[in-house]
Write a protein that binds this ligand. Structure first.
Ligand code: SF4
Ligand code: SF4
Ligand code: SF4
Length: 179
């Protein structure tokens, strides 16, 4: 059976099959590469017309049951008290519903900006089958495009959230035309 048929999707999409830093590198039977399934999950999604994207996400967010498995499995979600559990003040609506779920998931993705290592576990464990990796990959792409930072790639690089330069763009907050 071809390896590409049994290996996890996130491994097929992995852009870092050749690394500089590792403890031990196991022999890889074949180089699968970015395009083993035809294209990267994000590239395929971005072919969807812009106007059709939000209705699709609204449908996905409707299905979320706020089980927080995506947060629990995430190696970068290690807060002692998650914002979704805070009661005073309650920042994330506790009831389940399309709008409330959207607030929760967008908050989570924003918190993972510059931290998400694209392990894909949040998507794997989601019982509602939300395609969460599209969101996390997009956020990784934005952070890399604007700030030249890829979480987990270079241990010598200053952490994204704890470093500041006057030259940093503010695109995550303002659109360029609003500056
Ligand atoms: S794992 Fe899925 S269903 Fe559970 S909170 Fe996360 S997105 Fe919602
Ligand atoms: S893909 Fe990113 S957000 Fe999802 S579990 Fe892994 S580190 Fe967390
Ligand atoms: S979603 Fe945000 S507040 Fe909650 S554990 Fe993750 S990083 Fe912390």
């Amino acid at each position: 059976m071809p390896l590409a048929e049994i290996i996890a999707g996130k491994c097929q999409d992995c852009q870092y099959q050749e690394m500089d830093n590792y403890d031990e590198l196991l022999p890889y039977p074949q180089k699968i590469g970015l395009t083993a399934k035809g294209e990267n999950v994000l590239t395929a999604y971005e072919k969807l017309e812009f106007e059709k994207r939000w209705p699709e996400w609204a449908r996905h967010f409707e299905n979320c049951i706020q089980c927080f498995a995506c947060r629990k499995v995430c190696p970068m979600c290690y807060c002692t008290e998650c914002i979704a559990s805070k009661n005073e003040p309650r920042l994330i609506p506790q009831s389940v519903g399309g709008k409330q779920n959207t607030v929760w998931q967008i908050t989570r993705i924003m918190h993972l900006a510059g931290r998400c290592i694209d392990c894909g576990e949040c998507e794997r464990v989601c019982p509602a089958k939300l395609p969460l990796r599209r969101l996390t990959l997009k956020m990784r792409q934005i952070v890399n495009d604007y700030y030249k930072y890829v979480p987990g790639l270079d241990p010598r690089q200053d952490l994204f959230w704890s470093s500041y330069s006057k030259k940093d763009p503010e695109y995550l907050i303002f659109k360029p035309e609003e500056k």
